[in-house]
Write a protein that binds this ligand. Structure first.
Ligand code: MN
Length: 234
């Protein structure tokens, strides 16, 4: 897939908007492979409206590399902190998907309940801003908050922020989108299952095998082609 990174970020933003995961809030970024200490993120704008011209390059403090008159996302430190803590991560999304919010609020653990859901990662930890920062406006907006959140993510791919939303990571933009969409669908399936019975999660072995398989081109490329076509023909 040889799509330039700014275009990939635009596509991912529109795909995740179409899925109901991003709305006026939430954002997608990608690390600059030429400069691993920099990443691309749009100016503060709703994801469904983001275009290539909105994409800015930021450093790992969250500062724009080139001066800009545009407003920046308050939560850009989320991206900076994860790229700092996780050299293997190439793309990050922060969102407030309604499918995930019941778990963020109740503090009930998300577990893989079907094979595609395993791509959210076998373990989905929590981060609670109250633990270290007490009363805040809930936004992750200081470097200290970003670092604390990235530490809670640890080696995992999906993190639930109590009473706030979700941060997801991937080794590429399409992988990030796959993990984000199927993490949300897993949340829907888990919640629906809990209403009619008892959840039966994948075993750790099943989750690892399913995660590995579904992120291979045979599954990932098929999904991405359809998602891309969906936003390009819209
Ligand atoms: Mn947020």
């Amino acid at each position: 897939m040889s799509i330039p990174l700014p275009r990939l970020i635009v596509l991912a933003s529109r795909i995740l908007t179409r899925e109901g995961i991003l709305d006026s809030f939430g954002h997608v970024s990608a690390r600059n492979p030429e400069r691993p200490d920099r990443f691309f993120l749009s100016r503060a704008r709703a994801a469904g409206l983001v275009d290539e011209a909105d994409i800015l390059e930021l450093d790992l403090t969250g500062a724009p590399v080139t001066e800009t008159p545009h407003r920046l996302f308050a939560e850009r430190v989320i991206h900076a902190a994860i790229y700092t803590a996780r050299p293997d991560v190439q793309a990050v999304c922060h969102h407030h998907a309604p499918q995930m919010l019941p778990f963020c609020n109740a503090g009930i653990e998300l577990v893989p309940v079907f094979h595609l859901g395993a791509t959210m990662g076998p373990k989905v930890p929590f981060w609670d801003s109250r633990d270290e920062f007490g009363d805040t406006n809930l936004l992750v907006s200081t470097p200290e908050q970003g670092a604390s959140m990235a530490k809670a993510l640890g080696p995992n791919w999906t993190l639930l922020l109590r009473r706030h939303g979700v941060t997801t990571a991937g080794r590429s933009v399409p992988e990030l989108v796959f993990r984000t969409i199927y993490g949300s669908r897993n949340a829907e399936a888990q919640l629906a299952t809990m209403q009619i019975g008892t959840i039966s999660p994948l075993t750790p072995g099943e989750a690892a095998l399913a995660e590995e398989f579904n992120l291979k081109p045979i599954a990932l490329d098929r999904a991405w082609e359809q998602w891309q076509r969906g936003v390009e023909s819209a």
